[in-house]
Ligand binder design. Structure first.
Ligand SMILES: Cc1ncc(COP(=O)(O)O)c(C=O)c1O
Length: 503
């Protein structure tokens, strides 16, 4: 495995090593599955720092030419996908059809791939670990255990710790939502607030249709699937759900509930305009259909606050407001909340109690202490600033690395960039499979669909990865796309006009 290094050139040593190994792999001198020398040994042989070799191997790994296996070394890749990154059977075959996976399977698969060394993940829904307030929460937990002792470790009222409910109510009052602490049910994450609402509203067997945005938050589609309910998808455009379609749907299908994430929707990032918010409330109250408003991204705004929440505009008392601290503070606390219309409050408490008795009092006490420490406002502005920078970087990288026909909208908040690749080219699944070889993963658009659509769309989380990972991951995605085109997919001229502006 001869390698010659030139020290008097501008090309970094690690790239020289990578280039020469690449040539040897491509011309067959290094056969598939050959074990490359340990980085320490090759570094010594070439008289370079070990990091030079580590970087050279990383470069080749990013290109899919070698595979590193923890504990056994680095190998020339074979015809097969590298074992560590081989997609599980979930990803084989055509995923377009009836939703092939549930959220648990998809999340498990994404997490499995995302945990592999060197993988850049745009797939998940987590906030950035960089900003999780470990010290402040440690302080809060210590204070609670010192101050409240066993009370924080005992059963509590099912509706939740009243001082925390009152604190959340005060935050809502500032957003013109007329509630007090007694109106708030603490839930185990926003997810449970959604589930409890669906549970109480769809108890009779005829009540089996639920209106959702199409695409829709995957975890909500899973709640519906688990309860044998059928989603009715309403398309989303630049102003959010196309509310003008609702009346017909309501008249024809008599749905039991309308679920919406009006601000910074997951997965598309869109925000429902104020006129549409009013129109949604008007049509829903005219036909007596309750609305479930998911507000879990509301405070992650980058261009000023979103329009007023549906709950604050709700004069007919038909809105269930679900929210939580998972996206804005720490998902591991598992604290969410639900404000139900007054006629439903007792029933949602009973349903919550049946589900899991109550949400961890220790975490509720600690969150209350944290919110009173005054750190939350600073934490929110820090994360908003950081996520905004990441969003801008990802949008700029999309412009640089994605084909001209790709369309996306720059979200004014939240965590996701929704990108639609040209409809006549490779599908998002093709790209996913190619991107695995470049150690980058994203969420397939089709899994968020109630109507088997979005086969060419992908959801990219810009909040979780660091800035350099965003640039590098987008570069790799662009490379994977080009490779797909070069390999076999002939792109037809785009014949389907997309209404979304190209950034
Ligand atoms: C729209 C939406 N609602 C609810 C949830 C669940 O949030 P939590 O972790 O607070 O249960 C998520 C998580 O991804 C989400 O995107």
């Amino acid at each position: 495995m001869p390698i010659q290094l030139l020290r008097q050139t501008d090309q970094p040593l690690y790239l020289q090593v990578a280039e020469q190994l690449r040539q040897q792999i491509e011309n067959g001198e290094l056969a598939p599955h050959t074990r490359l020398p340990a980085s320490r040994i090759l570094a010594k042989k070439l008289g370079v720092n070990r990091i030079t070799i580590v970087n050279a191997y990383a470069e080749l790994e990013a290109e899919g030419l070698v595979i590193s296996r923890v504990g056994s070394g680095t190998f020339v890749a074979g015809e097969q996908q590298p074992a560590a990154l081989a997609p599980s059977p979930l990803w084989r075959g055509s995923p377009v059809g009836r939703r092939p996976w549930n959220a648990n399977q998809m999340v498990a698969e994404m997490m499995r791939l995302a945990r592999q060394p060197g993988v850049i993940s745009f797939a998940g829904g987590s906030p950035s670990s960089e900003f999780l307030p470990v010290h402040e929460l440690r302080r809060a937990l210590n204070e609670v255990l010192r101050r409240d002792g066993v009370a924080a470790l005992q059963y509590e009222e099912a509706a939740g710790y009243l001082p925390l409910r009152e604190t959340i109510a005060r935050q809502m009052q500032q957003q013109h939502i007329p509630v007090n602490g007694q109106d708030i049910l603490i839930t185990t994450g926003c997810q449970q607030a959604l589930d409890v609402t669906v549970n109480v509203l769809t108890r009779s067997s005829e009540d089996n249709l639920v209106v959702v945005e199409d695409p829709c938050y995957l975890g909500f589609l899973d709640i519906l699937a688990a309860r044998r309910l059928t989603p009715l998808g309403v398309p989303v455009d630049g102003q959010g759900m196309q509310v003008d379609r609702l009346e017909q749907i309501i008249l024809r299908h008599r749905p039991r509930l309308i679920y919406t994430t009006p601000s910074f929707h997951n997965p598309t990032g869109t925000t429902l305009s104020l006129p549409r918010r009013r129109a949604l409330l008007e049509v829903a109250s005219r036909y007596g259909v309750p609305i479930l408003e998911d507000s879990c991204y509301d405070t992650l705004y980058y261009e000023g606050e979103p329009p007023p929440s549906l709950k604050s505009l709700d004069t007919a008392d038909i809105v269930f407001l679900a929210g939580g601290f998972g996206k804005t503070l720490a998902p591991g606390l598992r604290i969410g909340y639900l404000v139900a219309p007054s006629a439903w409050q007792e029933r949602v408490i009973a349903a919550k109690q049946t589900a899991d008795i109550l949400t961890s009092p220790l975490n509720q006490y600690a969150l209350h202490s944290y919110l009173h420490s005054g750190h939350y406002a600073d934490h929110l502005s820090l994360t908003r600033r950081a996520y905004r920078e990441r969003r801008d970087l990802m949008a700029a990288a999309a412009r640089r690395y994605f084909p001209q026909e790709a369309v996306w909208r720059c979200p004014a908040g939240g965590m996701y960039l929704w990108v639609e690749m040209p409809p006549s080219g490779p599908t998002a699944t093709d790209l996913y499979m190619a991107a695995i070889n470049y150690s980058v993963v994203f969420a397939l658009g089709s899994v968020f669909s109630a109507s088997n659509s979005f086969s060419h769309a992908m959801r990219l989380n810009f909040a979780t990865p660091a800035l350099d990972e965003i640039e590098e991951g987008m570069r790799r995605l662009g490379k994977a796309w080009k490779e797909l085109l070069a390999r076999n997919i002939r792109v037809q001229p785009v014949n389907q006009r997309c209404t979304m502006p190209i950034l």
